[in-house]
Ligand binder design. Structure first.
Ligand code: NAD
Length: 437
């Protein structure tokens, strides 16, 4: 099929590459002309494992193209996928300006009966809103909600082996259902993974899924703080709780608070949708409140527990800046909150990340020292804080670290190191809710 993917960010670029990989002819378009130029020159603007090779392969085989001419790409396509950003507005609602603009362009440019697939995360009612915008187009446009569930860092795998494909459309729209079935057929061969539903349910499902996951994280982060007070260990509590099949083991790890481009904005947007309809979603509100407070934990621990309330002149090393491993995405990363707090307290920050330093450099310039070798961050530092659990930080050379640090203090924001072993080596070790920390 001939496809056009509008918005070449994390979702659009992965979707475009994967749909090309499964045999379609795909044009990826974006209003950011410089991004398209870079892609045409063979440069991939984001880090996602495996993506660069997949793009190169499909460009070489002439199934994947990049263009800034959105109208032309729309006119040439049977299926148009929308993957533009839907950031939070200041009132918490999802900003739909890009979605509206895209819908208007599509309505003005279609040259055949098409399916318009909404992959962006959009609030309930957006499918109906887009339908209104495109209803007078010269050709029929079938608007389908198809929220995306891929995870940055494992996006290609998630896309090619999805847990489920949600398709929200009108129950009597056989045209759209047929196109969507054919589109996803290659990734749903092994099992029946389609879930068809009405658009509102599909739109809401995405927000509920993200909020549910965020809620588990916030709850365990609160439990971790309680563990510290009562002398329990959140690792053990997590194991004990997660072994209950009704609960399951995933998303129960205590840490520095959730970040990224999805959970923070989606939780708040769900609360906003509730309020618009007179429903106070108190658990979702609390999830957000707890997370905002918890993201201050690392800085609070440093200041209050380890430096007697004064961080002035202290040199703090940070390992990990991306909001999670295997991505370069720093949007809402807990590392940013930590950096802000440290700089605000007069501390000096030296940091390392395998992929996300460019994003941090763009935000902080030379206010943060970024180092190419992770160990260099620790030179003469008063503490090393681990924020993102990249594999290369899991088992470092601790004796080397000890010789580099001015003070042997390790603050482990992801609880990946053994406090017991490290204390035996002469470190002061502090985690999030782990015993004796
Ligand atoms: P992103 O910011 O990485 O990319 C969005 C792209 O859209 C940008 O390249 C931007 O230039 C482009 N764009 C904006 N307005 C445009 C317009 N009018 N016409 C054409 N292009 C335009 O965003 P993302 O992380 O890929 O997320 C996209 C959507 O997918 C969001 O709604 C997000 O909530 C959702 N989502 C994201 C993820 C994820 O892990 N990042 C996962 C699932 C769902």
């Amino acid at each position: 099929m001939k496809l056009c993917v509008i918005g070449t960010g994390y979702v659009g670029l992965v979707s475009g590459a994967c749909f090309a990989e499964t045999g379609n002819e795909v044009v990826c378009v974006d209003i950011d002309a410089s991004k398209i130029e870079r892609l045409r020159a063979g440069e991939v603007p984001i880090f996602e494992p495996g993506l660069e090779a997949m793009i190169a392969r499909n460009v070489a085989e002439k199934r994947l193209f990049f263009s800034s001419d959105i109208a032309q790409a729309v006119a040439a396509s049977e299926v148009i996928l929308v993957a533009v950003g839907t950031p939070a507005r200041s009132d918490g609602a999802a900003d739909l300006q890009a979605v509206d603009k895209v819908a208007e362009t599509v309505a003005a440019s279609v040259a055949r009966e098409t399916v318009l697939v909404m992959k962006s995360t959009v609030p309930v009612g957006t499918n109906a809103r887009v339908r209104r915008i495109v209803k007078d187009a010269a050709f029929p446009i079938h608007v389908v909600s198809n929220p995306e569930f891929l995870k940055e860092g494992a996006a290609l795998d998630d896309f090619m082996r999805p847990d489920r494909i949600l398709v929200g459309g009108e129950s009597d729209d056989a045209f759209a259902r047929d196109v969507m079935t054919r589109l996803y057929h290659p990734v749903t061969l092994s099992s029946e993974r389609f879930i068809f539903m009405d658009p509102a349910s599909a739109e809401l499902t995405k927000y509920v899924a993200n909020t549910m996951l965020a809620m588990r994280i916030s709850f365990m982060n609160e439990v971790a703080i309680l563990c510290e007070k009562v002398g329990a260990d959140v690792h053990l509590v997590r194991k004990g709780v997660g072994s209950d099949e009704r609960i399951g083991a995933k998303f129960l790890h205590a840490g520095p608070g959730y970040g990224g481009s999805c959970f923070p904005k989606d939780v708040v947007a769900l609360v906003h949708t509730g309020r618009e309809h007179g429903v106070e979603l108190e658990l979702a509100s609390a999830t957000d409140r707890v997370n905002l407070r918890h993201k201050g934990t690392l800085a609070r621990k440093l200041k209050q527990v380890h430096f007697e309330g004064d961080l002035r002149g202290k040199r703090i090393a940070i390992w990990g800046l991306a909001f999670k491993p295997r991505t370069d995405d720093v949007r809402e990363s807990p590392a940013l909150q930590l950096i802000d707090a440290l700089l605000g307290e007069g501390a000096e920050v030296r940091a390392h990340d395998p992929e996300a330093m460019a994003g941090v450099r763009a935000l902080y310039g030379d206010r943060v020292t970024l180092v190419e070798d992770a160990y260099d961050a620790a030179i003469d530092a008063d503490a090393l804080v681990l924020v993102t659990e990249w594999r290369q930080y899991q088992n470092p050379d601790f004796s080397r670290l000890k010789s580099l640090l001015k003070r042997p203090l390790l603050v482990d924001g992801r609880n990946i190191w053994s406090g017991y072993g490290l204390r035996k080596q002469g470190f002061t070790y502090d985690g999030i809710g782990v015993r004796g920390s």
